[in-house]
Design a protein around this ligand. Structure first.
Ligand code: FMN
Length: 365
């Protein structure tokens, strides 16, 4: 495994990393009630960095004090106190010679615990599918959201850029990942059934991408040309695992082509199993489609890639970086173990039970 492509350095598109292994973003609801990252989170991120990951992408972080907070005990990037708390973590990760990107998130209709407001908002006033997640202290249906106005959408775009600036200029992050995946606000705009708007924020696939592209533009303008900026996208959602883009490969072509020209350095695609065909009528995976239609961008792949052979297979499909979620939770030192040909722990769901917060036993692996 020492000669695996997983352990080669990466350089390009503003991104410089010691290997191809990233920790996937994972919400662990271990901040204070008012959104300050905690000492336990610092130990968790430092442990993953010490384990050899070249890049850590943080859990989703809320961007403003309005509707963006998604879960109770989630960390924010909206105040000096929150920025200072993250600074401790970025310093600790840098001491272990890893890089750390902030994932910036807006809940939209999927908020199930907001310190600031009770109302939820969305592209259209449609109750989300599915139910709130018990392991993030939710229960029952999601509330019915209110439709956002044009000026509120503009404000959210500015709030993404402000949070990105605080992340990089004040909290010491090396880059940002805009959360455009998994059913949260930007994905609610991308998705036919949650976006019925007929203004410039809705319509066809390209129209529904408008807010995401505007967020990228605003973040890029604020951070300048040299700071890594990327976006995570997916088909599935936390409240609709099996969703597929309605127009299949044609949607993939439109989405990845638009992202290629959008000003991002990287795209992070996540699927349940990253190597599987993305659509029933075509054999290519989402990684292969992203590589084909956005060839100049750095590509991060995620989805059940904790087996090193699978990870290499997906790199051969065009991924530049492999992001591990459950595999990293089970093995904070996955890179070191694999490099040394040591066995890996199986992921144990109990680590996220009954609440998905960081457990002491996980830090003492
Ligand atoms: C506890 C937990 C929390 C997660 N939180 C986030 C999150 O904050 N942002 C995000 O984009 N994905 C989140 N995810 C999804 C993961 O990033 C990843 O896509 C998923 O675990 C599949 O990858 P894996 O098969 O390597 O685990 C979370 C997953 C888990 C298990």
């Amino acid at each position: 495994m020492n000669h695996s492509p997983l352990f080669t350095a990466l350089k390009g598109n503003n991104i410089s990393l010691k290997n191809r292994l990233a920790v996937a973003p994972m919400t662990r609801v271990t901040a204070s009630e008012d959104g300050c990252a905690s000492e336990k989170m610092k130990r968790y991120y430092a442990s993953l960095a010490r384990g050899g990951f070249g890049l850590i992408i943080t859990e989703g972080i809320y961007i403003d004090r309005a509707w963006s907070q998604t879960y109770a005990f989630q960390a924010g990037l909206t105040s000096t106190a929150q920025v200072n708390a993250w600074r401790e973590i970025t310093d600790a990760v840098h001491r272990q010679e890893a890089a750390i990107f902030a994932q910036i998130q807006h809940a939209g209709a999927l908020s199930q615990g907001n310190h600031y407001v009770t109302e939820t908002v969305a592209p259209s006033a449609i109750r989300p599918k599915g139910e709130q997640m018990p392991f993030y202290r939710g229960e029952g249906q999601y509330p019915l959201p209110r439709e956002l106005s044009d000026s509120e959408i503009e404000e959210i775009i500015t709030n993404f850029a402000d949070a990105a600036a605080r992340a990089v200029h004040e909290a010491g992050f090396d880059g940002v990942e805009i959360h455009g995946a998994n059913g949260y606000l930007l994905d609610q705009f991308f998705t036919e059934y949650s976006n019925l708007r007929t203004d410039r924020w809705g319509g066809d696939t390209a129209g529904r991408m408008t807010i995401g592209l505007e967020v990228i533009k605003a973040v890029r303008a604020r951070l300048g040309a040299d700071v890594p900026v990327g976006i995570r996208i997916s088909q599935g959602k936390v409240n609709d695992f099996v969703h597929k883009w309605g127009k299949g490969v044609e949607d993939a072509r439109v989405i990845f082509s638009l992202l290629e020209k959008s000003g991002v350095d990287f795209i992070h695609v996540t699927e349940y199993e990253a190597w599987e065909p993305a659509f029933a009528d075509d054999e290519r995976s989402l990684v292969e489609l992203a590589h084909q239609y956005a060839p100049s961008l750095t590509l991060i792949a995620n989805g059940a890639l904790h087996d090193p052979g699978r990870a290499e297979e997906v790199m051969a499909m065009g991924a530049d970086l492999i992001a591990l979620g459950r595999g990293a939770l089970a093995n904070h030192d996955w890179p070191e173990r694999v490099k040394a040909d040591q066995p890996l722990n199986e992921f144990d769901r109990d680590i996220l039970s009954p609440i998905a917060d960081i457990k002491e036993r996980e830090l003492n692996q």
